[in-house]
Design a protein around this ligand. Structure first.
Ligand SMILES: Nc1nc2c(c(=O)[nH]1)N[C@H]1C(S)=C(S)[C@@H](COP(=O)(O)O)O[C@H]1N2
Ligand SMILES: [Mo]
Length: 426
């Protein structure tokens, strides 16, 4: 499944010798000019099968799939990462995607007890604890509840990039940054349901619980619950996929993926956090002095160049479009800068479309590549003015024990032949 992931690359690369790379156009063309005496191109002169024969009829694919030529656009896992596949993770092929919406079939999956196959007719959402009126909703109750709306949000696992804390390791942006997806959700504001139940004055926390075999639970502060959390049943226009929590999941915009409880069956209101497994031994960061950071919910601003990257080398000299993604859990992306010389010089990237808050943002940099080695980096700035740090700057503050919340600047080394490698500048 993941040949690239097992190829280790622990190279440190010096900054020297890259000045002036990829500046001259070099006269390379954008398309082939047609000469009158050129050899005939069979792609033009031969009648192809698809042009000659009838294709399959409309009954062939009641639910459509991507073209067979796109068979490499798939989620991949890293087998050595976890003991089994039920408590495991696979990664979004972000190097193969365009724009900002992640198609449902390739949204990365993270589950602690496998995919629950929940019958929606048997599914209930209970609200209990410090409320005036404990409530139970069926899926039908939720779908007729006033206040439904739709909105796109990114979900990033706090462990995205966790394997890269001590140094460059996985050769593929899918593996270094693919614990992320960006989906257009439909559902209800969590506040509407909590208000219906009536939160008591002492109710300052909400425990969200899943119906899967892991019965995953997380404490969420009431302020966030009432601010922008959603109870969602649809993604990108259709019902949630089983992998993403069908029939109901919690959406906790901008905050770490672990809190977005899937197969959501219960919300308990309490007066203090519960100290569940996922907020004590996991999803906390052990610092060098033995203390641990906890309640590190927000995903800080981050960006990465997805093309080129180890799975998508540069193939042509001359004009090339570098492309990537940026996001922030604290607001929208204000700007992205790209360096092709390992962080010495920066150019402002072109932002594609609206930079929505708490949502993936696509950027491009048009370059002329003359075949010199490049060290490609991107650096996001969000609407709060926060600037994405270098990996060294992060390690200075957080030490080497961390797994979670690695938002350091990624470096790709593009060799003269276009092959691209995961490295760090030193
Ligand atoms: N019930 C339940 N919810 C869960 C999980 C789980 O194992 N069980 N995994 C969490 C983690 S760690 C993450 S990162 C996200 C992943 O969401 P996804 O599978 O849609 O990518 O779901 C969260 N919600
Ligand atoms: Mo996660």
């Amino acid at each position: 499944m993941s040949d690239q992931s097992t190829a280790l690359s622990r190279r440190g690369v010096l900054r020297a010798g890259l000045a002036g790379a990829a500046t001259a156009a070099g006269g390379a063309a954008l398309a082939q000019a047609v000469a009158s005496n050129a050899k005939p191109d069979p792609a033009i002169t031969e009648v192809q099968d698809w042009n000659r024969y009838l294709g399959p009829g409309v009954e062939a694919a009641p639910y459509g799939k991507p073209s067979k030529y796109e068979k490499d656009v798939i989620r991949r896992n890293v087998p050595w990462l976890t003991a089994g596949t039920e408590s495991s993770i696979n990664f979004t092929p972000i190097h193969e995607l365009e724009g900002i919406i992640t198609p449902n079939g390739v949204c990365f999956e993270r589950h602690h007890g496998g995919v629950a196959e929940v019958d929606p007719a048997q599914h209930r959402l209970m609200i209990n604890g410090l409320v005036d009126k404990p409530l139970v909703f069926t899926m039908e109750d939720l779908k007729r509840f006033p206040g439904r709306f739709s909105k796109p949000y990114f979900l990033e696992c706090a462990a995205n990039g966790g394997m890269e804390w001590k140094g460059a390791q996985l050769n593929g942006v899918q593996f270094t940054h693919g614990m992320i997806h960006n989906v257009w959700y439909t559902g209800l504001p969590l506040s509407a349901l909590l208000n219906e139940a009536g939160v008591k004055a002492r109710g300052k926390w909400v425990l969200a619980e899943g119906a899967d075999s892991a019965a995953m639970t997380r404490s969420i502060p009431m302020q966030k619950a009432l601010d922008d959390c959603m109870v969602a049943w649809a993604m990108n226009g259709e019902a949630l996929r089983a992998e993403q929590g069908y029939p109901l999941r919690l959406v906790v915009p901008g905050w770490e993926g672990n809190m977005w409880v899937k197969w959501l069956r219960r919300l308990e209101v309490g007066d203090e956090p519960w100290a569940q497994r996922e907020e004590t031994s996991k999803y906390t960061d052990l610092l060098a002095d033995g203390k641990a950071r906890r309640h590190t919910w927000v995903m800080d601003a981050k960006s990465v160049v997805t093309n080129p990257s180890p799975q998508k080398p540069l193939k042509h000299k001359g004009p090339n479009v570098l492309s990537g993604l940026a996001w922030s859990g604290r607001g929208s992306i204000r700007r992205v800068d790209v360096s092709i010389d390992g962080g010495k010089n920066w150019r402002q990237a072109r932002i594609d479309g609206p930079a929505l808050p708490l949502c993936l943002t696509r950027f491009y940099l048009d370059i002329d590549w003359n075949g010199q080695e490049l060290m490609v980096q991107s650096r996001a700035t969000d609407s709060t003015g926060y600037v994405q740090p270098t990996k060294d700057a992060l390690r200075k503050v957080r030490g080497l024990n961390s797994i979670y919340h690695n938002n350091g600047i990624q470096t790709w080394l593009v060799h003269a032949n276009g092959e691209t490698e995961n490295v760090e500048v030193s």
